[in-house]
Design a protein around this ligand. Structure first.
Ligand code: JHZ
Length: 395
């Protein structure tokens, strides 16, 4: 049974950065209700009524995974680890974005799946065979017909975006070699609960995974988890290593360790999610009171990183340009646009000292270390960052 534990109110599609705020443009903006459910049967956390993927993964997809140094390094590291460990002849990535992971592979030995046509064009142009379609059994069959069965499938921040998980794993079962491995990583619900990072809930994150929920779903599809890791990436992610049920691999010790940890933290218990939802309400209250106080004191506050995550915060807390003057972002195709729902202007990175900025809310709090290094001058001149994780505070 699916039980609702959190209502994050009316939310826009996060990828819909607006080019202007004319009333005719605003009329076309799509909103939906962001309610989160916990499935008492398989322990999966999901959006109650997901948005149609066709209105999300368009040919105007904005996010570029290669915009942060941290992620470039993380993808390089995992690519080299996987190549060493599994020695794949043929690899595939699902959700290849702008090729930040692919670039670590020889073009002949890897194929990619990316339904956003503007992104698929980028990697195709670079010489990586990219299928601009949604991942499903039909596509899996089309790919193996062309390239043969696959030794290594990798996917980062994509599987949690797909409503029908049974279809995902069925397609994996179809395309993997006998001893092939499927490695995927997505934000971890355990970290969201611990860090109060409720902004990990937005239209694209249809599910947030735990070990418990994924082990239930893979079992149903004749697959098994052979290893699992908890990562620092994006403020807390979980990485799974999945193979066919009869593959040669034995399960790593991490499997039991993480299972026990999740039981200890009651990730199989609805009350954990209800308590979390109370903390979210408190976080909203505290953030609004901090920003309103700063406004009273005539402080100039901006937001750093026009993240999809921050769309949830601004829309849930009702924060617009009366509290946040503008948002800065290094992604060229977000600049000059307006944030979804609350329509705050997005500008390119600026000299925060010259612009006399007093505070910057960390929309990209997951890259706090990288940003602190970049904005040394701002910090040295008395500038301060604001975060809401794990609680609302000035840092
Ligand atoms: P970042 C997107 O979410 C969408 P977002 C998606 N659904 C997902 O799962 C995650 O990515 C992985 C900018 N920036 O990665 C770049 C600076 O301006 O936290 C990005 O626009 N200066 C696929 O948007 C944004 O911040 C900087 O110094 O929540 C970061 O977005 C740095 C480091 C980043 O993901």
């Amino acid at each position: 049974m699916k039980k609702t534990f959190l209502n994050l109110l009316k939310q826009p599609i996060t990828n819909s950065y607006l080019s202007n705020i004319k009333s005719s443009t605003l009329k076309r903006e799509i909103f939906y209700n962001l309610s989160l459910t916990f499935d008492t049967n398989n322990y999966l956390v999901s959006i109650k009524k997901p948005v149609n993927p066709k209105s999300q993964y368009t040919d105007k997809y904005a996010h570029r995974a290669s915009e942060s140094k941290t992620m470039n390094m993380a993808f390089k590291k995992i690519a080299s680890k996987l190549k060493k460990k599994f020695k794949p002849s043929l690899s595939m990535e699902i959700g290849s974005n702008d090729g930040v992971f692919l670039k670590n592979f020889n073009k002949k030995n890897v194929v990619a799946v990316e339904p956003c046509k503007n992104l698929a064009k980028i990697t195709n142009k670079k010489g990586y065979l990219t299928f601009d379609k949604f991942w499903d059994v039909n596509l899996a069959n089309e790919i193996i017909k062309k390239k043969g069965k696959i030794d290594l499938v990798y996917s980062a921040n994509t599987i949690s975006h797909i409503p029908n998980l049974n279809q995902v794993f069925k397609a994996i079962e179809v395309c993997l070699n006998k001893n092939g491995v499927f490695v995927f990583e997505d934000p971890y619900i355990g970290s969201v609960i611990k860090n109060n990072s409720y902004d990990q809930f937005y239209d694209e994150h249809v599910h947030l995974f735990s070990f418990l929920s994924i082990s239930n779903i893979v079992k149903k599809n004749n697959l098994k988890i052979i290893d699992v890791e908890i990562l620092e990436t994006h403020g807390g992610s979980i990485r799974f290593y999945v193979t066919k049920k009869d593959a040669i691999y034995k399960s790593s010790k991490n499997v039991n360790r993480i299972y026990n940890n999740e039981i200890k933290n009651k990730l199989n218990n609805f009350s954990t999610y209800k308590l979390f939802s109370n903390r979210v309400k408190k976080s909203k209250k505290n953030l609004l009171s901090l920003l309103k106080n700063l406004k009273k004191k005539n402080k100039k506050v901006i937001s750093y990183g026009a993240t999809y995550k921050s769309a949830t915060i601004f829309n849930y807390c009702n924060i617009g340009s009366e509290l946040i003057s503008f948002v800065t972002d290094s992604t060229k195709n977000k600049q000059g646009k307006f944030t979804p729902g609350k329509h705050i202007p997005i500008k390119p990175p600026c000299d925060m000292v010259k612009e006399k900025i007093d505070y910057a809310f960390l929309g990209a709090w997951n890259f706090v270390n990288e940003i602190k290094i970049k904005e040394k001058k701002f910090l040295k001149n008395g500038g301060k960052f604001i975060t809401h994780v794990p609680r609302v505070k000035v840092i």
